[in-house]
Design a protein around this ligand. Structure first.
Ligand code: HEC
Length: 311
């Protein structure tokens, strides 16, 4: 009897949590991955669109307005336009001013280069910005993209090179304050960058995944189908009641995870949430899987002579 128990415990206790874990990994981690990838792709697409829109506004300003200012006696183009009643912003200053205004509204557009004009010489660039600039020297037309945690938020950063046309070069090579005067047409002069915060989308993705798992399992039960039996039938052998109980518990557990995920995301920092997704959810799931062992032992299906099928 003792030997039988011993082997049963080993037969069940080991493969069951492993099989459940494999299933949870498959559904619970691959789907959120996919959602994350989609969220990131959407953020990149939107950022590229926003940059393209800004560029066309700047190019319009450059072609439709700048020549008139140039031809005018009363106005002059200057990057120091703010306190100059006759000063009109040059195209880049127009962009820089716009990005500063948008920053206040939560859209993060920046415009920079390692060659700022003297008034902006104290600007700091971070590792991403330096790497983007480096890449544009080799591949000026390929966007530079990264996803990272920045100031406690999950962000997607998209940078695009800004190349000089003839009119741009003429001014940049002659302007008295220009920090570099050997620009050529087609050179990348600066970088447009959009930062998009994606915390909320990611959190929604996780919540959705767990809720779907919960709905599928409990919904199946409501129609008399303990779905875990279908998935795990080949791994171990339970009574119908055992399958029902197991499916019910896992269904509730996924709703619990959806709730925990939501609470952690809303109340904790993003840094915490990001590590919780891996180091919190995973151990919780393993612990829950292990905690089901007694239920599995109780409901193992017995053959007529009282021994297990699997003996
Ligand atoms: C009339 C002269 C003039 C023209 C034309 C001009 N620029 Fe500039 N550009 C400047 C000045 C001056 C600055 C500094 C603006 C500031 O710091 O506010 C500047 C700044 C920049 C910057 C930002 C550099 C940095 O690190 O801050 C970029 C990028 C840039 N210009 C690209 C262009 C492109 C591309 C064009 C053509 C579409 C262009 N410029 C046309 C004079 C000009």
């Amino acid at each position: 009897m003792r030997a039988w128990r011993h082997s049963l415990v080993w037969k069940i206790a080991l493969p069951v949590p492993l099989a459940l874990l494999a299933m949870i990994l498959a559904i619970g981690f691959i789907i959120p991955r996919q959602i994350e990838a989609d969220t990131q792709a959407t953020a990149v697409e939107n950022a590229l669109q926003t940059i393209a829109q800004f560029r066309s506004v700047r190019d319009y300003y450059n072609t439709a307005i700048v020549p008139k200012i140039r031809g005018s006696q009363d106005l002059k183009l200057t990057h120091l336009h703010a306190n100059d009643p006759k000063g009109a912003p040059i195209p880049a200053t127009f962009m820089l001013d716009m990005s500063a205004r948008l920053q206040d509204k939560g859209v993060s557009l920046s415009f920079y280069s390692p060659y700022p004009f003297p008034e902006r010489a104290n600007r700091q660039t971070d590792a991403f910005q330096k790497a983007a600039w480096e890449q544009f020297q080799k591949n000026p037309d390929t966007p530079f993209i990264d996803r990272t945690v920045l100031n406690g938020k999950e962000v997607v950063r998209v940078a695009v090179g800004d190349r000089l046309g003839e009119a741009c070069v003429a001014c940049h090579n002659s302007h008295p304050q220009s920090p570099k005067k050997d620009w050529k047409v087609g050179d990348v002069r600066g970088v447009f960058e959009i930062q998009t915060v994606i915390d909320a989308q990611l959190a929604r993705g996780h919540m959705l995944t767990y809720s779907v798992l919960g709905v599928v399992l409990l919904g199946g039960l409501a129609f008399g189908r303990p779905l875990l039996a279908l998935v795990l039938d080949s791994v171990f052998d339970l009574t119908q009641e055992g399958w029902r109980k197991l499916t019910f518990r896992w269904g509730l557990f996924f709703f619990f995870l959806a709730g925990v995920n939501e609470v952690v995301w809303r109340t904790q920092t993003t840094d915490f949430w990001v590590s919780f997704k891996v180091f919190g959810i995973m151990p919780l799931t393993i612990a829950f899987a292990l905690a089901q062992t007694p239920l599995l032992l109780r409901h193992e299906r017995k053959t007529d002579d009282g021994k297990t099928d699997r003996a």
